[in-house]
Design a protein around this ligand. Structure first.
Ligand SMILES: Cc1ncc(COP(=O)(O)O)c(C=O)c1O
Length: 340
């Protein structure tokens, strides 16, 4: 049962502070040749690699809301940080440039920070300050972000950490809207998506789940995890969902048992490393549809979709949507692994 109509959901989210950054709506493409090659469900791609903002990606929709939180608090420098090929950081740098605020990034000195390529190159071109930090994982960057905040405060500035847990419900708002946008598009096409597959570990999937639940849609949302966090991801998603309901003053009940976020496609080497299945999926998409994925998020999502079809976990009579969350500049930092 729907809790709200699409218009009402848009109106509620319309009350939440937002800066407009994206080229929306993004297109939906039917992948006829990929569908045939996979031999399974009809496959569509929701092209969130086309959100604009320095090569696009899912972070555009999130940043519209998360940056607005910072600006509402008077921020004049936006702080970000993750792996050295972070798409969030690159899009944060672009948004900061567009909005005329400074951007300071702390990035992990990792296996991709040795050469200035892909997102790391773009961070510099976009004018962000970049500091490389020696920590084993991006989860351990909090101290470095706190140190940066303290430094800016000493200088009389107003720093705001964009990627922080308290900001996730706001980031997810963009994907509740995306759910409504997608349904409008599928109505126009005359199709009903049965399964949406995407790569997500923090905001994108909870946003879609919120949208689908609030709108009372019977669509399965399968998250493919790019990274193994030290905390329980379902708890984190439920926390985001509960906060969203509170902010939007909507009484939405979430079925924990139906939250699917699968960790089996991260790969042996973990976050930030290619997998053979992902690389094969990337080439399959490129050579059948002329659409480029990247190896760390979206290629693993397509590899997961294909594997689930082969296992019979996604039916051949279904209509599946791959949400392309972007990240394509990272391709250039992975040339060696992709050509191997
Ligand atoms: C290309 C791409 N896809 C998917 C994700 C996952 O996004 P989130 O964890 O915010 O849902 C990210 C960022 O982490 C990304 O850069």
């Amino acid at each position: 049962m729907p809790v709200v109509s699409r218009d009402e959901l848009r109106a509620r989210i319309g009350e939440v502070p937002r800066v407009l950054l994206g080229h929306l709506p993004t297109p939906v493409d039917f992948c006829g040749r990929l569908t045939e090659a996979v031999g399974g469900p009809k496959i569509y791609v929701k092209r969130d690699d086309c959100t604009g903002l320095a090569f696009g990606g899912n972070k555009t929709r999130q940043l519209e809301f998360t940056i607005a939180q910072g600006l509402a608090q008077g921020a004049d420098v936006l702080i970000g940080g993750a792996g050295s090929q972070s798409n969030h950081s690159r899009q944060l740098a672009a948004a900061s440039a567009k909005l005329g605020v400074d951007c300071a990034l702390v990035l992990v000195r990792d296996h991709k920070s040795g050469s200035v390529q892909g997102n790391l190159l773009l961070d510099d071109l976009l004018g962000a300050g970049v500091e490389l930090v020696d920590v084993p994982t991006q989860e351990l960057l909090d101290d470095a972000k706190r140190a940066l905040v303290a430094k800016f405060e000493r200088e009389g500035r107003k720093p705001f950490v964009v990627m922080q847990a308290a900001n996730r419900p706001f980031g997810a708002m963009g994907y509740a809207l995306c759910m409504a946008e997608m349904m409008d598009q599928f109505d126009a096409i005359g199709e009903t998506p049965t399964t949406v597959v995407l790569c997500s570990g923090s905001c994108t999937q909870p946003g879609l789940i919120f949208g689908k639940t609030a709108l009372g849609l019977d669509v399965r949302i399968v998250g493919i995890r790019p990274i193994l966090w030290s905390y329980d991801i379902k708890d984190a998603f439920l926390g985001v969902l509960g906060q969203m309901a509170k902010i939007l003053e909507l009484d939405v009940a979430f079925d924990e048992a139906r939250i699917e976020n699968i960790d089996r496609y991260v790969g042996e080497d973990g976050y930030g490393y290619c997998t053979p299945e992902g690389n094969a999926a990337l080439r399959l998409m490129a050579r059948h549809e002329g659409i480029l994925l990247e190896p760390i998020y979206t290629a693993k999502a397509l590899a997961g979709l294909i594997d689930m079809v082969n296992r019979g976990e996604i039916g051949k009579d279904e209509t599946a949507v791959l949400l392309h969350t972007g990240g394509t500049p990272a391709l250039f930092a992975y040339a060696e692994e992709l050509l191997r």
